[in-house]
Design a protein around this ligand. Structure first.
Ligand code: PLP
Length: 360
């Protein structure tokens, strides 16, 4: 297999794919695929409940939080969060921290339902650092504060949880969740598209404090209503059964690796060695403040961008796939999620060194 540095849909662990392959045609000796069984079948319900429990174990989700398996991606949540949390507000106000492309998109969607107040904007620093919290201007009457702990495109990451005790904290953890332990109790709501560290595209996780479930706007469609989804065990309608099953296999794989503390150690080590190599080179460059560098997404540029195409072509020839940066920022990006082994990062560094020697 090639090493896959894609930002999303991203790599899945080989072990998980092989297990899925082995039981693809014959799940639990039933003679049919997990994709072909009813989501109302007791066997599927057991598997689904086990997946939720494994996720709860991994993240130590407190009992007063609901875990929802939804559809529509994180982008749908940009709208579903205001629809579900602002129903009781006469003049809703959402506080937003803008640190890059994804948080800006989330802010733009929230603005369709509420007044938005930009508490801090990293745009003034070209999204290369997080404005210090001492300068954040948080309105006390805000219904919640939303932010993006890891900007998948820019590679800017919070290595702290903003302390905003008075206001519910909402976090887009699409490229953060399951990369390390987190303290769920600090958040009112966490959401994440699956296709980085969770499973294949098609599932969106929402972890929400149960006392917030009574704030839905009456016009919200049932399939987007958190309370209704919670009441129906995330099976109000047909869920993406195969994605749910595969995510469940990933949760078990994570447990076998030693859980999120073990993953955090590996992820930090992978990121640190790649940044160290980039910093020590005059040929490669990462623009992000070292205190805010992402463990998951490492963007970098070459000294001479006319070499970009050759770099990518030679990388692929060496089975180092999908290193092209996002179309909006150019350059390169190595996404090094849980399923990307440390050997992949070692192989990338070896290739980058060699490329620099030949072309630098
Ligand atoms: N938020 C973040 C931080 C992301 O990285 C992405 C996708 O990469 C999204 C939102 C959008 O996710 P989706 O494509 O699942 O809607």
């Amino acid at each position: 297999r090639a090493f896959n540095f894609c930002a999303g849909p991203a790599a899945l662990p080989d072990e998980v794919l092989l297990q899925a392959q082995a039981e693809l045609l014959d799940w639990q000796q039933r003679g049919i695929s997990v994709m072909e069984i009813s989501h109302r079948h007791a066997a599927f319900e057991t598997m689904a409940a086990e997946a939720e429990q494994d996720l709860r174990d991994l993240l130590q989700v407190p009992d007063d939080y609901a875990v929802l398996f939804m559809q529509g991606g994180a982008t749908a949540q940009f709208s579903l969060i205001p629809m579900n949390l602002l129903g009781k507000e006469a003049s809703p106000l959402v506080a937003c921290v803008n640190t890059g492309i994804w948080s800006n998109k989330a802010t733009a969607e929230a603005a369709r339902y509420a007044k938005t107040h930009i508490v801090a904007d990293a745009q003034g620093f070209q999204n290369t650092t997080i404005p210090p919290m001492t300068e954040w201007d948080i309105p006390a009457q805000a219904s919640y504060l939303q932010y993006t702990p890891n900007e998948t495109i820019g590679g800017l990451e919070f290595h702290f949880v903003p302390e905003v005790e008075s206001i519910p904290l909402v976090a887009d953890m699409s490229s953060t969740l399951l990369s390390r332990p987190i303290d769920v109790s600090k958040f009112a709501l966490i959401y994440a598209g699956a296709q980085k560290n969770i499973g294949p595209a098609g599932i969106t996780l929402v972890i929400v404090r149960k006392d917030l479930l009574d704030r839905v706007m009456p016009s919200t469609p049932s399939v987007f209503n958190y309370q209704r989804i919670a009441d129906n065990g995330s099976m109000l309608n047909t869920p993406p059964t195969f994605a749910w099953y595969l995510s469940g296999l990933v949760f078990k794989w994570l447990k076998r690796q030693g859980g999120l503390t073990a993953m955090a150690e590996i992820n930090e080590r992978k990121a640190t060695k790649l940044y160290r190599f980039i910093d020590e080179s005059d040929f490669y460059h990462n623009p992000i403040d070292p205190d805010c560098r992402s463990w998951m997404n490492v963007p970098f540029t070459l000294k001479d961008d006319t070499l970009d195409a050759r770099f990518l072509q030679e990388a692929e020839a060496n089975k180092l796939m999908n290193l092209k940066g996002h179309r909006s920022v150019g350059g390169m990006r190595a996404s090094i999620y849980n399923a990307v082994p440390e050997q992949a990062v070692d192989a990338l560094i070896t290739f980058m060194k060699d490329f620099e020697k030949r072309c630098g």
